[in-house]
Ligand binder design. Structure first.
Ligand SMILES: Cc1cc2nc3c(=O)[nH]c(=O)nc-3n(C[C@H](O)[C@H](O)[C@H](O)COP(=O)(O)OP(=O)(O)OC[C@H]3O[C@@H](n4cnc5c(N)ncnc54)[C@H](O)[C@@H]3O)c2cc1C
Length: 546
């Protein structure tokens, strides 16, 4: 799709959605299902084979599969992100059709009730989200055995670590059958994979949307800004990105709506470029190449966009044990083991049907802080590290964390994490230390196990203090929070950017529906929760009077 088409003025849409990630795709389906005309705008190229994606290693030539389809190739994004990752962000994010749901490792979790009840406002509590959760997991149930023969390959790491947790009294759970059991429990990871391929929103919601004539998808098209008169959005200015569309595309006069679902970085950036945010950030945009077309300052809407930035606080530890067997998923890009390649291509079975780099077990603990707050820990193991017998286990601090950071924009119109959101409160730090001490106790009796990081002579306190609280060392790629949902209107000293219907304060028909609206971090990897939020938001938006 190398040609760039000019937008035709006559064609308008009831809904223009910007961004085809976890937030955008479900909306496209639900709004078109309701009989609305919907345009979904994605800046990147197609990803999975179903949508015409072409990026693949040689061994997939002649198949319909791309690098995005094969679970065992998901970590290639770290080896070669060219043409896949966003270039206007100082963190890793997927800028292809599907956004994060095209590039991620597919971990797929039914949220703990406290994820909603602790973090979200009225109308967004766990009881309110039962229906949306049912719809999401009805459509994308997830699996703990992604290889279609039901066999879990290379389970030595799981067996060693899971066995150690079991011996210490932790309970095995099938996590999505018991989402509330997140204290001293462990289990296999759940993945959104289906039929040995990526699956998820791209293989379900988007397929449904695309079957309707009322739905239009533009890839290779960058939304530059929302065109608005006061609080009324009339359309979106778009630019070609190696193909795609250019010009101003309009919403249906009087009733049309614009929904930003460009992710925690992309939606914040679009708000700023549309004159919505704090004055310091809007002045940066004003002084950039956007200056001449930016909405005049008397129409700026002052909202705390970019504040409340959040991510799981990640802390990596590394252990080794003689039973653990490394599988070279990175090597499988160029030279997959012939037998495994054959098994995958012919029947979608074997190690390549599993997420690289052999993820699991996942285990959970809840720790109450001196401030009375329950902090949820999600530990995610993978078989890789400095030795062939290593496992790296990342401790994520989620629900209950009280630290927040800030996203800002540069004159080159790149978004940057200017205040990292990690370990900014003493109670967060204390809980992270305690959770590590608890794991050290669990693993102390395990025969043959050695600690690589932290070294045995380093205390948990010393270790946690020694790891810088910066994205390069603590980052989890689970960015949320830059356009918080809430009742406290940010125009009048509140913290919220969108109201309980996800509508941007001070506007009549502009919405944000993606990870940006999350007020606080949740327990586990967030994509399923974002899809649930999108389902719930679709219902609320459709219920609004025209
Ligand atoms: C490497 C990696 C691994 C991850 N692993 C997991 C995992 O295993 N499980 C899990 O649950 N979560 C995982 N995550 C996180 C998860 O994928 C994200 O939290 C989620 O996708 C965010 O959803 P979103 O809708 O907010 O944004 P995104 O999914 O990022 O979607 C935003 C979309 O908007 C597009 N866009 C942005 N700006 C514009 C613009 N101006 N014009 C047009 N389009 C635009 C982007 O290209 C993108 O497609 C991972 C993330 C990464 C980066």
């Amino acid at each position: 799709q190398a040609t760039c088409s000019n937008v035709t003025a006559e064609k308008t849409y009831d809904y223009i959605i910007v961004g085809s990630g976890a937030g955008g795709i479900p909306l496209a389906d639900r709004l078109s299902e309701a009989g609305k005309t919907v345009l979904l705008i994605e800046k990147g190229p197609p990803s999975t084979g179903r949508w015409g994606g072409t990026m693949k290693p040689d061994w997939l030539n002649g198949t319909s599969l791309t690098r995005f389809d094969v679970p065992g190739l998901c970590n290639q994004i770290w080896a070669d992100p060219t043409g896949v990752s966003c270039t206007d962000v100082d963190q890793m994010a997927g800028c292809v059709l599907g956004g994060g749901t095209a590039v991620n490792a597919g971990l797929w979790w039914k949220p703990h009730p406290e994820d909603w009840d602790v973090n979200f406002p009225t109308g967004w509590q766990s009881k309110d989200l039962v229906e949306a959760t049912g719809k999401v997991f009805g459509r994308i149930p997830g699996t703990i055995a992604p290889s279609v023969d039901g066999v879990r390959y290379l389970s030595q790491g799981f067996d060693m670590l899971g066995g150690s947790l079991k011996a210490a009294g932790w309970e095995y759970v099938v996590a999505n059958n018991n989402p509330e059991k997140k204290n001293r429990t462990y289990g296999h990871s759940t993945f959104m994979y289906s039929g040995g391929e990526r699956g998820g929103p791209l293989a379900t919601y988007l397929v449904n949307a695309a079957s309707r004539p009322s739905f239009t998808l533009w890839t290779h098209t960058i939304a530059k800004r929302v065109v608005r008169t006061g609080g009324l959005a009339t359309g979106v200015e778009v630019e070609c990105n190696g193909g795609g569309h250019a010009g101003v595309v309009s919403v249906t006069p009087k009733t049309g709506r614009v929904i930003l679902a460009a992710g925690s970085f992309g939606s914040a950036k679009l708000l700023w470029r549309s004159g919505i945010g704090t004055v310091d950030q809007l002045n940066i945009v004003k002084n950039s190449t956007d200056g001449p077309t930016m909405i005049s300052s008397d129409q700026w809407i002052n909202l705390p966009v970019g504040y409340n930035l959040n991510d799981h606080v990640g802390t990596d530890i590394e252990i080794s044990h003689p039973d653990v067997v490394f599988y070279d998923y990175y090597g499988a890009w160029k030279n997959p083991i012939p037998e495994d390649k054959e098994k995958y291509l012919s029947a979608r079975i074997g190690p390549l049907a599993q997420a690289a780099p052999n993820i699991g077990p996942i285990f959970w603990e809840t720790i109450k802080g001196a401030d009375g707050v329950n902090r949820h820990f999600h530990w995610q193991s993978r078989v890789e590290g400095t030795l062939n017998t290593s496992m790296t286990v990342t401790q994520y601090l989620g629900t209950g964390s009280t630290s927040r950071g800030r996203l800002t924009i540069t004159r080159q119109l790149n978004t940057i994490v200017s205040t990292p959101p990690y370990l900014r409160t003493d109670n967060d730090k204390a809980a992270v230390v305690q959770s590590l001490i608890n794991l050290q106790k669990v693993l102390a009796p395990v025969q043959g196990l050695s600690w690589i990081t932290p070294k045995p002579n380093v205390t948990a306190e010393q270790f946690i203090a020694s790891v810088p609280a910066i994205p390069a060392r603590r980052g989890s790629n689970h960015w949320t929070g830059t356009a918080k949902i809430g009742t406290d209107d940010g125009r009048t000293n509140g913290t919220a950017v969108v109201d309980l219907n996800t509508k941007v304060y001070g506007t009549e028909n502009l919405f944000v529906v993606d990870a940006s609206i999350f007020p606080g971090m949740i327990t586990a990897n967030p994509s399923a929760a974002i899809v649930i939020v999108s389902e719930h938001a679709a219902k609320k938006i459709l219920a609004l009077p025209a």
